[in-house]
Design a protein around this ligand. Sequence first.
Ligand code: PEP
Ligand code: MG
Length: 869
Amino acid sequence: MKAPRYVYDFDEPSDGGRELLGGKGLGLVEMTQLGVPVPAGFTITTDACRAYMAAGGELPDGLEEEVAEHIKRLERKAGKRFGDPSDPVLVSVRSGAAVSMPGMMDTILNLGLNDDAVRGLAERTGSARFAHDSYRRLIQMYGEVVDGVDAHRFEQTLSDFKQRRGVPNDVDLSADDLADLIETFKRIYDEEVGRAFSQDAREQLSRAIRAVFDSWNSPRAQVYRRTYEIPDDLGTAVNVVQMVFGNKGDDSGTGVCFTRDPSTGEQGLYGEFLVNAQGEDVVAGIRTPEPIERMRTSMPQAFEQLVETMERLEKHYRDMQDIEFTVEDSRLYLLQTRAAKRTAAAALKAAVSMVEEGLISKEEAIGRIDPSQLDQLLHPMLDPKAVFEVAATGLNASPGAACGKVVLDADTAEERGKAGEDVILVRWETTPDDIHGLISAKGILTAHGGMTSHAAVVARGMGRPCVAGCEGLSIDLERRVATIGGHEVPEGEVITIDGGTGRVIIGPVELVPPQINEDFQTILEWADDVRRLKVRANADTPADAAKAREFGAQGIGLCRTEHMFMAEERLEIVREMILASDEDERRAALDKLLPMQQSDFEGIFEAMAGLPVTIRLLDPPLHEFLPPLEQATDDRMRQRIKALAESNPMLGTRGCRLGLQWPEIYEMQLRAIVRAAQAVEERTGAAPLVEIMHPLVGFAEELRRLRELTVRTVAEEGGIEYLCGTMIELPRAAIRADEIAEHADFFSFGTNDLTQTTLGFSRDDAEGKFLTFYLEHGVLERNPFETLDQSGVGELMRIAIERGRTVKEEIKLGICGEHGGDAASVAFCHGLGLDYVSCSPYRVPLARLAAAQAALAEEGAATYVAAGR
Ligand code: PEP
Ligand code: MG
């Protein structure tokens, strides 16, 4: 049998694509093919990583030999030898998975240097300073990444050293200073690791490759994968790339650049650049880089080449690119190109402009938007009417406003965030190790770093507001105090940040919901043209209904009438109704509620004129309207609370069981609906499209009786046009959907309860209890209350549809559980052939887009796959 092949040169075609070579490897191969200047090198495949992991950390047979072969090829191209003491070729070892995970795994630069080669490098380049700087970086990075030396030890030593020399920046250290530093770093390495720093270039390379494979399973990479639902078994590729040096002097440098602004999507180069530096300096935010425009004057030739190359790359990929580059002795090299991470606003603008530019089709534009990212645009902004004083400003690194308590480290952010507090993570700069804190914070504020610093990139990806590089910010970790624009703000005090403008305000500021802008509107209209699923909203008030309509809802799929009972002045009457000792007393209380409920319905019908409104009759267990026992005001109330108490109220006296036991409650609600519809028709001349829905039906007999009650009551009120249907939210209802369909004009899947009852997971408790454990330990990949459990709950839906249609072929079908606003679940509902999904008003745009993507995917068009970019 032929041994599997694990290594491909950048100039060798392979069939494996992104899955095999990783995003970075594939980009290097494609750029090589396009004739874009990239350094020589090769990719070790993700197959090798998977084999390494499967063997418990052993490199697969034959890999070392293949690497040795490819090093030889690299040496031939470079005209230099790896490990040669007089003129060494150096390499970097870079991770690169199929899915972009920026900064989550490891990279090691300058491999191949040792005590002899550093002298050779100094002689060949004529710069001892450069050679020494490269060697000290290798010892530091290799120590940290390969042998787990505490990064702090090297950083502290470097910082003390600079202080002793009285210089602020690394670049101010002389060749001799750096030679001293190398000795100290080697001593630290020896002390921490228990042996001397390896002088053997091949051993360095082999251990570095293993370390990058291992970094696939680092805690931060695991957290990142869980957040973005990236499978654990993909593994990373490893790219071995000939080093080019941005730290060789003033005609060298390094930078990152986007083909369009990643915050706004505006066309034009957008990026940052550092003269005489290596890439890690930019990403780590150690030195604050300059805007890319400056390069036009400082390195005109390389700049021109950069502009031309980026245009070519964007045309080739037909998508916004994010590149890393290095200029060595005025020569440009690209080290990476990938589809740029962008804010939702930028994604929309870029997609719309690319259609206008003729680069992509409308369908492709729809496919380019991550539906779950749209949430960002529907996040709060500072109230334009609010009056406040700006304490400091920084870069507008990721849009949206956030208000929360200052926390000064990632662990505290996670702890307090999980406890339900709104926190803003305030740091000098963030590193990939802070990922759990970034996830838990409402916003991020940093003192250092630019638009491409770690905090900025990650925040944009997650849709968290972020202000970066805020010069007026300093942090005293010992005293746990931040100073913002000269004001001391102890940890725990509230600040507000506006990631759209870079403003930082001490104290809370009123936030307002944003509007849908023009690009957003354009994409949604294109989406509406291709989708088949209708999108309705879950709305219980006229205000919510109006908001839903503004966001494009095509009706209300669920109006929960109990929410109308909760208002303070009504709760009293509802309690009167519940505490009533007989039917007369109960009816008296209900009579008082009727006009209130009627006026709510009128408001909703008017807001939704011309569109269907599904009103669900009372559903929750009655005790939800009563105070806890200890707050009972008298004996009667105490008795009643006790009498109504149930061990499992979610499986108790709720839903249609209430309506059957106390029909006068549903009668009141039905009368209110009919009277409201009649009043609105009289006022506006148009009859509302009323759909009356009964909750928690499990037996056909329940719905038969309730339909009878409905028909009789509506007739008693003088009649209206309406549909009468039921929720399908119990497994039995799904299984016996044929019998139930006899009495239903429509089914609406209540997948919140259907998930609860199918899985036996309490919707109130599971998420705070074992479900977190399940998700963290991979027992389940997704929270079934967020993303539909397609093979379990989804299968019941399929059964219900199939059986329901045997009795009523044209039965109307919808979903109104939370899943109606989840992109993957919307796609599933499209596949099931539902008529509509219904979700909260703010998710309506997401559902419109997801429904369009589902329709396009059915036709075979490529659409956004969260894990595929
Ligand atoms: C459901 O159960 O999915 C549903 C929509 O109803 P509720 O959340 O009100 O129980
Ligand atoms: Mg329900």
